[in-house]
Design a protein around this ligand. Structure first.
Ligand SMILES: [Zn+2]
Length: 396
């Protein structure tokens, strides 16, 4: 069984050990080395493994994965075989581990606050590359948190982080364990390791934790969404929270500069811009509709068909809403038939009293379909002239 040095000191980045076993790894060109003692954290409890290096006389190997087995042996996946009995020096990527401890420590504080303030039970932690999530079972099967609850939780946890309370981990005797006010019952019955964060959180955990709450830095809840009957809370802590704040500030500053307004007025400026844009679009649309109607009227050739005003129109691409409005207005009058190609978009339409099937006509000259009075499709502008000739031949 590997002696786990991180239990005693979570900031131990270097240590000496001896290789007790070596075997081939799961991937070709990798090996798994077991050490008599190790400060490398193996993936468990939602906290990912540490990475780093193992140096030894005549060589160095990269540690790309760390796992523990049922017997308590910690296996380090390395890119070089290291013979059994070799004395080695382990060097951990402290930046990666510190980040994990900030997220993991913040998760404890958040879970503790959720339990204390909302009687919610936290199940599991997923520490992702960008953010972390916990699933929370809330009373009355609620799967959401209100904005006020989210702010209250953030304020509570951040205040407790700033209090910089000590974080302590230890293995209590059974008698002491039974008396401890744990947030939830331990899942194991032997060698139970307890973590206590000031008076705010106490629970069984085998992970690595910062030495005080202050070293968690900061927490920010990003979202709360329903997931499998629970509330899935996503959050960031420490350096990740600071980096996110910087990123969001950069975005907000750029948006503020673009809209010529201070960041705290952004949402009002964006709403105003949106309504001004919508109004401008409405005006442009009305103008385009009027222009189309003028083109329809200019193309009218009433002499071609029996009592029907025929308007064959070929024009450039137009806004679909403007086309629709102009066509509807045009055929509201009696005795009209419109053959329109706006770019490659065909619209054949006629007044209610004209009994010619537009849907059938459009299929004879291009692609498309629709109702007997209004059909649309795609085709070259020449389709309009072909359709006109058909009408003149068949309905003159
Ligand atoms: Zn923990």
């Amino acid at each position: 069984m590997t002696e786990r040095l991180y239990y005693e000191n979570a900031y131990l980045w270097e240590f000496d050990a001896v290789v007790t076993r070596i075997r081939e790894g799961k991937k070709q060109g990798t090996w798994e080395a077991a050490l008599d003692r190790s400060a490398f954290y193996p993936t468990s409890g939602g906290q990912p493994f540490d990475t780093g290096r193992i140096t030894f006389a005549g060589g160095e190997a990269a540690v790309n994965d760390v796992e523990s087995d049922r017997e308590g042996e910690v296996w380090h996946t390395v890119d070089k075989p290291i013979p059994e009995g070799t004395a080695v020096h382990g060097i951990i990527d402290g930046k990666r581990r510190t980040d994990h401890m900030e997220q993991h420590g913040g998760e404890h504080m958040l879970a503790g606050a959720i339990w204390e303030k909302l009687q919610g039970t936290t199940i599991g932690l997923h520490l992702g590359l960008e953010d972390s999530t916990i699933d929370v079972q809330l009373p009355e099967e609620r799967t959401h948190l209100t904005e006020d609850e989210i702010r209250m939780l953030e304020d509570t946890v951040n205040e407790r982080i700033r209090a910089d309370a000590p974080i302590r981990c230890w293995f209590p005797e059974t008698e002491e364990l039974e008396r401890l006010p744990l947030r939830k019952k331990p899942t194991v019955s032997e060698h139970v390791r307890i973590v206590a964060m000031g008076d705010f959180e106490m629970v069984a955990c085998g992970g690595t934790h910062p030495s005080s709450t202050g070293r968690i830095g900061l927490i920010k809840i990003l979202s709360v969404i329903p997931a499998k009957g629970k509330a899935r809370v996503s959050f960031v802590c420490g350096g990740r929270a600071a980096a996110l704040f910087q990123k969001y500030m950069r975005c907000a500053d750029k948006a503020g500069a673009a809209l010529s307004c201070p960041v705290d007025k952004l949402s009002r400026a964006a709403s105003e811009l949106k309504s001004r844009l919508a109004e401008a679009e409405r005006k442009a649309n009305r103008f385009e509709t009027r222009e189309l109607l003028e083109k329809f009227r200019a193309a009218e050739n009433s002499g071609d068909l029996r009592g029907i005003t025929l308007a064959p129109v070929i024009t450039e691409e137009a806004d679909a809403r403007a086309v629709s409005a102009a066509v509807s207005e045009y055929i509201a009058e009696k005795g009209r038939l419109l053959l329109l190609a706006a770019g490659e978009r065909l619209t054949f339409a006629r007044s209610a009293d004209v009994k010619i099937d537009m849907s059938e006509l459009i299929r004879r000259v291009g692609r498309g379909g629709g109702r007997p009075d209004l059909a649309s499709g795609a085709g070259i502008p020449e389709c309009v002239n072909v359709a006109r000739k058909i009408l003149i031949t068949e309905y003159k």
